[in-house]
Design a protein around this ligand. Structure first.
Ligand code: SF4
Ligand code: SF4
Length: 198
């Protein structure tokens, strides 16, 4: 029977691995301040897996989301595991999270299939719930540009690029003058929904 024993420890707490007898190995460590000793047949030392140093630059370039760990963020962990929120960009392997070769190959096949599906379709849909900017109310503060994770807002011509907008609504929530509204989620529409709820 396989027995798993997870031990939590801080990185600066000491750890020591030494041989005992012919086949035994002992791990002696201080775990969260408590001295711990584990006897094992085999000890595998593995270093941590971290994202590449240029992951942030690539994420900025392709407008990809990142997890708090720094790895690229998938569109949905269960339903869209190889897609990103940027249309046409797919991820596979350790750029998403640490994983073994088997999972990486399976994910890469799925990503290649998803890319082929797009190419063969010859067209792709866009979000129905995009945001619109009313230039008459805009004071060019730039807050919306900073809040948009997809680079969809251009202040130069005061418009939102419909194809790039994912309808997340951040810009509408950020705008201090109410110059931006998300289609189908205008203030009046939300107010009516709330009124009918209470
Ligand atoms: S709704 Fe979201 S994606 Fe669209 S322009 Fe606003 S912040 Fe960008
Ligand atoms: S946040 Fe509103 S007022 Fe500021 S630049 Fe964007 S649209 Fe204009």
């Amino acid at each position: 029977m396989l027995k798993l024993n997870y031990v939590r420890r801080e990185l600066d707490e000491p750890i020591e691995v030494f041989r005992e007898g012919e086949n035994g190995v002992v791990v002696r460590a201080v775990c969260e301040g408590v001295a711990t000793e584990l006897r094992a047949d085999l000890v595998v030392l593995a270093t941590a897996v971290i994202p590449r140093g240029d992951a942030a630059r690539l994420a900025r370039m392709l407008k990809l989301g990142r997890k708090s760990s720094g790895f690229f963020l998938e569109a949905h962990p269960k339903l869209r595991p190889v897609e990103t929120l940027t249309e046409g960009i797919f991820i596979a392997g350790c750029c998403q999270s640490p994983k073994d070769i088997q999972d990486t190959v399976a994910q890469a096949s799925a990503a290649a299939s998803a890319a082929l599906k797009l190419l063969f379709a010859g067209k792709c849909g866009i979000e129905a719930t995009t945001a619109v900017l009313d230039e008459r109310k805009c004071i060019s503060c730039g807050l919306c540009v900073a809040s948009c994770p997809f680079g969809a807002i251009s202040l130069a011509d005061k418009r939102i690029e419909e194809v790039l907008c994912k309808g997340c609504g951040s810009c509408a929530a950020t705008c201090p003058t109410g110059a931006i509204e998300a289609l189908h989620f205008k203030n009046e529409q939300i107010a009516v929904q709330i009124k009918n709820l209470i």
